[in-house]
Design a protein around this ligand. Structure first.
Ligand code: FAD
Length: 312
């Protein structure tokens, strides 16, 4: 059923017919290409590569990215705004399997630093392949020593001639097992936030090794610990100026936090719809659960919280 997903949007001033169009096209893709395979991919622990290409063809990967880099835009009528991205994100939540959007749309956190700060050459080299679904780019910030305190990262990149030599470990990297590229936070300078740079690293080169991580959820999303042992990276793969990476990481986090919060709100609606369906279907003591006053109170209270959250 589409009780909550579709009712609230029509009451919001932020949405018009272009957002409805995004909703319809993403929903059609999810229904056709994702829903039938959720259990299979959750069991496999990863998504098929082909899904990225299909998502690109359907315009999902390129939504909101510049056309000259292979982005699709949305319509001819208006510009892309944040709400188009949010509509896409919440529609991807409908199957109730968080690992699928996390992994399929991993370029949403891996690619923005390249586009915002990378050289024109780097953008042209990387973005079109990613937006075509041919290559997967992930983001490498977190280390075994910690994730919240980004300014303390230890993975080091030493400049040697025309290259950087990278040594260190990243962990909990979404799409890290299948990823082709990683936007990697490395220490190029002194301690603290002022000594961090971002480097685009090819994950299929000598010195890179990966091990999968078993998680309690997000099963369809391959997640890795990635080791970098004397990995030689061309200096032209530096994303933005040296030692200016911290700002780029923080800018990335803004979009990521908004997306994660919106996904949490969308999942609450998925769960509510499931609970309501079950309360209508399940009979105890001769009547459906939904006819019981205590159950109706619970459902009303949850809906109140969801609507209040959504209104924010
Ligand atoms: C499924 C999954 C996918 C992920 N994907 C990626 C990815 O693609 N790329 C990537 O780089 N990282 C990724 N991460 C890592 C994620 O960003 C980190 O888990 C997160 O930043 C927290 O870091 P941590 O786990 O090291 O916790 P810690 O930093 O060790 O924190 C431990 C706990 O203490 C709390 N805490 C920390 N500091 C304070 C404080 N000052 N006051 C009060 N509480 C505090 C934290 O909120 C947390 O609950 C992923 C994590 C998960 C679980």
């Amino acid at each position: 059923m589409t009780f909550l997903f579709d009712q609230w949007r029509s009451r919001s001033p932020h949405y018009d017919e272009t957002h409805e169009a995004v909703c319809e096209s993403v929903r059609a893709f999810v229904t056709r290409e994702i829903m039938p395979y959720v259990d299979e991919w959750e069991a496999a622990g990863e998504l098929p590569r082909d899904l990225h290409r299909k998502a690109a063809e359907a315009g999902l990967l390129g939504l909101g990215y510049p056309e000259h880099l292979g982005g699709s835009g949305i319509t001819n009528q208006g510009a892309f705004d944040t709400f188009h991205g949010l509509v896409q994100s919440e529609e991807m939540c409908r199957p109730g399997a968080g690992g699928i959007p996390a992994s399929l749309l991993i370029h949403g956190i891996g690619l923005p630093p390249v586009i915002a700060m990378g050289s024109e050459e780097l953008q042209q080299r990387i973005a079109p392949q990613v937006l075509a679904g041919e290559k997967i780019i992930c983001l490498g910030i977190t280390e075994p020593g910690g994730g919240s305190d980004v300014a303390q990262i230890k993975t080091r990149a030493e400049r040697k001639g025309a290259s950087y030599i990278v040594n260190g470990v990243k962990t909990l990297i979404t799409s890290g097992m299948r990823g082709d590229y990683i936007s990697l936070a490395v220490r190029t300078g002194d301690a603290g936030m002022g000594g961090i740079s971002l480097l685009l690293v090819d994950l299929n080169i000598s010195g890179v090794s990966r091990t999968p991580i078993t998680k309690m959820g997000w099963h369809a999303s391959d997640t890795a610990t990635i080791h970098f042992d004397d990995v030689e990276v061309p200096a032209e793969n530096l994303i933005g100026p040296e030692n200016a990476g911290f700002g780029g990481i923080m800018r990335n986090f803004n979009g990521e936090r908004l997306g994660m919060a919106h996904q949490a709100a969308a999942y609450s609606r998925v769960c509510y719809e499931d609970a309501l369906d079950w309360a209508r279907e399940r009979e105890t003591f001769g009547r459906p659960l939904v006819t019981r006053q205590s159950i109706r109170h619970k459902l009303a209270r949850i809906l109140q919280m969801i609507n209040a959250n959504q209104a924010m």
